[in-house]
Every structure is written in structure tokens, then in C-alpha cells.
Ligand binder design. Structure first.
Ligand code: PBG
Length: 337
């Protein structure tokens, strides 16, 4: 017996695996994960992305296999990004029904049907020759209202191609209302809008720019949020909810867990978070150097995003994590020895 009078001992609940399992506050299941994926025009097979080890630029046929793997692993959805051969000032390839993103949506929808929620990134940056998320005015500034018209055209093309959900990532004012109106006028009340509401002007998108071969010169600070602004993240989320968003998102995730917790606390609609390319590549790079335990770090990073309040996490590790969870689960139901 100890002679210390210490009635309150939090360690009691940590003393066995069974107790830790019973008292665990945060769950992670395959359905909580969405896989972002890149499809590049003109490829006949998948091509590795140098800055994102383990992630590929897909061809129209390899993306089908990836989507089928996502279904098998039980992940909740797949979010597609297109990488076109030709770019121009207004991002024509994005709204062209034969454009790579729309072709990929059609292929994936045909492959998975209702088994997976098929999602499209709705933005212009992959399709414009200047790399901005909108069209430019005569002075080279991103023209908010002219961009909204292009987003409406992208939305109709993506809905037509079979997207169940559109992820509006361009950070133009009024984009949710504009896209909702275009969809509804076309009789597409069924299409879901995920608003990348609190999207910060982040250095952590670096490897993504490589993945989509972005042509961006300059930066996105006139439309994406300043990393120091917490209150403004909430404001953007509330505006998007008012404009009719079905789901709001915070992005990046790991460095913005405070914003995520704020939004999760206040939002009456689902809140998602995007663990972006830089978050992925940092862990992969540290693990490749032997500086960090890869799988533990991955699982902890995603669990932390759930703990902060995300209902769903977009992560490039979605399939891997889902497979790990499935293996763990099948071990748990194994009969006792
Ligand atoms: C814009 C978009 C970006 C990302 C997702 N959608 C790039 C940007 O805003 O610069 C980044 C995702 C990532 O880094 O994983 N279409």
C-alpha cells in the first residue's frame, strides 16, 4: 500500500488494453475517410508523383482500379482532380464534357455505381494557364464574379458526368450560392455541395502543385485565408451554411485543428477536414529517413483530426488506413484461443 493519499488516479482507466478500448473517446472507421486522387490526361498507365511517394497520377483505366480498391477497403468516397494536357485563360478543359476530370468522373461512376460517393474538385486552377483558381480581369486580378459564372459551368458539366458531390475549393465569394442556383435551375437538386469553407493560403499544398503540374505564378492570398485568422475561418463556414452548403470543410487539417474545432462546435451540418499533400509528404519523408514510426504517425495524425471534430477526413492514406482498420477488426472477432 502506498502512503500517498491520492484518490484520483487517471491512470486506472489506462491500465489494460481492454480498458483503453472501452474508454476510447474517438473512433475511426473506413467510412470516415475520403480518398483524393489525380487523373492525368494522356496517360496509358499510372505515374508516380515525386513529391508524394505512394501517390500516383492515374490514367483513365488505372483510376478505375483505384476506385475499386477504395470500395473493397470500405472507404466513404473518392475525390477526383483532373490534370489536363492543354490549359487556357478561362480553364475551358474543366467545363468541356470530354475534359479529363469529367471523363474520369464518368469512368469512376461507371466502375463503382452507388458503392462509393463520387466527388469532384470544383476549381479552375488545374485548368488555367496562369494557375489561379479563377479567371483574371484586364489588370491580372482574380475576377470574383466572372469566376462564379465559370464555376456554374463546371458544376453542370461535373453533375452531368456523374459526380454525386462537388467540392468547391476556389474560395470565391458567393460560390456556394452561385453553384446551388445553377444546379437547381438545371433540375440537379440532388447534387451535394461540399464547401471548402475555411481554406487557408498554405505552404502545405506544395506537393499538390507538383501532382497537378500547376502553372501558378504568385500566390493565392487574395482569395485563400490568412493562416493567422481563426475567426475568419468560422465566418466563411457560417456564410457557406447560409448559402446552402450541405457540408463544410476546413483545410489544411493538422495545422488548423483550432479552426476545425470551432467550426465543428458551431455547425449544424457535417464538417469535414482535408489532410493535404504537405501533411502527407512530411510524414512519408520523416518515416523514409527512419525518424518517425510511419504507421503510428499516420494513424495518430488522422485520429487527431477526428478528435478535433471532423466527421470525415480527406486523406491520401484513406485506402491504407481503411485496410489496416479492417485487418484489426477481423483479428478482434477471431474466436478466443
Ligand atoms: C484547388 C485545390 C488545391 C488543393 C485542393 N484543391 C490547391 C490549392 O488551393 O493551391 C490542395 C490539396 C493538397 O495539397 O493536397 N483546386
Amino acid at each position: 500500500m502506498s502512503d500517498v493519499n491520492l484518490p484520483i488516479r487517471p491512470r486506472r482507466l489506462r491500465s489494460s488494453p481492454a480498458l483503453r478500448r472501452l474508454t476510447s473517446e474517438t473512433s475511426l472507421e473506413p467510412r470516415h475517410l475520403v480518398l483524393p486522387a489525380f487523373v492525368r490526361e494522356g496517360l496509358t498507365e499510372a505515374l508516380p508523383i515525386g513529391s508524394m511517394p505512394g501517390v500516383m497520377q492515374h490514367s483513365l483505366s488505372s483510376i478505375r482500379c483505384l476506385a475499386a480498391d477504395a470500395v473493397d477497403a470500405g472507404v466513404g468516397g473518392i475525390m477526383l482532380f483532373g490534370v489536363p494536357e492543354e490549359r487556357d485563360a478561362t480553364g475551358t478543359a474543366g467545363s468541356n464534357s470530354a475534359g479529363i476530370l469529367n471523363a474520369a468522373l464518368r469512368a469512376v461512376k461507371e466502375e463503382v455505381g452507388e458503392a462509393l460517393v463520387v466527388q469532384a474538385d470544383l476549381c479552375l486552377d488545374e485548368f488555367t494557364d496562369h494557375g489561379h483558381c479563377g479567371v483574371l480581369d484586364a489588370d491580372g486580378r482574380v475576377d470574383n464574379d466572372a469566376t462564379l459564372l465559370r464555376y456554374q459551368e463546371l458544376a453542370l458539366a461535373q453533375a452531368e458526368a456523374g459526380a454525386d458531390l462537388l467540392g468547391l475549393s476556389g474560395m470565391m465569394d458567393g460560390q456556394v450560392a452561385a453553384v446551388r442556383e445553377a444546379l437547381d435551375s438545371a433540375g440537379r437538386e440532388d447534387v451535394i455541395i461540399l464547401a471548402y469553407s475555411a481554406k487557408y493560403a498554405s505552404a502545405f499544398y506544395g506537393p499538390f502543385r507538383d501532382a497537378v503540374e500547376s502553372a501558378l505564378v504568385g500566390d493565392r492570398r487574395t482569395y485563400q485565408l490568412d493562416p493567422g485568422n481563426r475567426r475568419e475561418g468560422m465566418r466563411e463556414a457560417l456564410l457557406d451554411i447560409d448559402e446552402g452548403a450541405d457540408i463544410v470543410m476546413v483545410k489544411p487539417a493538422g495545422s488548423y485543428l483550432d479552426v476545425l474545432a470551432d467550426v465543428a462546435h458551431a455547425s449544424p451540418i457535417p464538417v469535414w477536414a482535408y489532410q493535404v499533400s504537405g501533411e502527407y509528404s512530411m510524414i512519408e519523408a520523416a518515416a523514409a529517413n527512419g525518424w518517425i514510426e510511419r504507421e503510428r504517425a499516420i494513424d495518430e495524425s488522422v485520429l487527431s483530426i477526428r478528435r478535433a471534430g471532423a466527421d470525415v477526413v480527406l486523406t491520401y492514406w484513406a485506402i491504407e488506413i481503411a485496410q489496416r482498420l479492417n485487418a484489426l477488426n477481423s483479428r478482434k472477432v477471431r474466436p478466443r484461443a
